[in-house]
Design a protein around this ligand. Sequence first.
Ligand SMILES: [Cu+2]
Length: 131
Amino acid sequence: MPMTRRLLLLSGLGSALNVGIILALDRWRQAGSLTGGDPVGATAAVSQAEVIIRGFQYLPAEVILKRGGTVTFTNQDSTPHTATPLDGAQFQGTGRLRRNESKEVVFGVAGIQNYFCDIHPSMVGRIIVVE
Ligand SMILES: [Cu+2]
């Protein structure tokens, strides 16, 4: 039955293409927004991370952290900045960091913890806390 076989082949190709597209999208998303490793999952998660504040930006703007891990925020700008919980994020903000000041913050709650600078609200970042 050549016709059936061809249909099966086509539908097989279709799903292979779909998988390819999904993988490509994941890679694209990863390249655009994440620091590296798997887009989700504990393999990419670290227990300690550094976020540098420089040029009115959080570098990196996104960190994948194990629950209970710590992030050290350091301000390298001459202007003061903060990392303040946004959208109900659950962690203790840094308060005002002056030039070359650092603050270590513990992230004890899993989930996407968004933050911003309450002096310059267009500055935003996020810590993705995983189990
Ligand atoms: Cu700021």
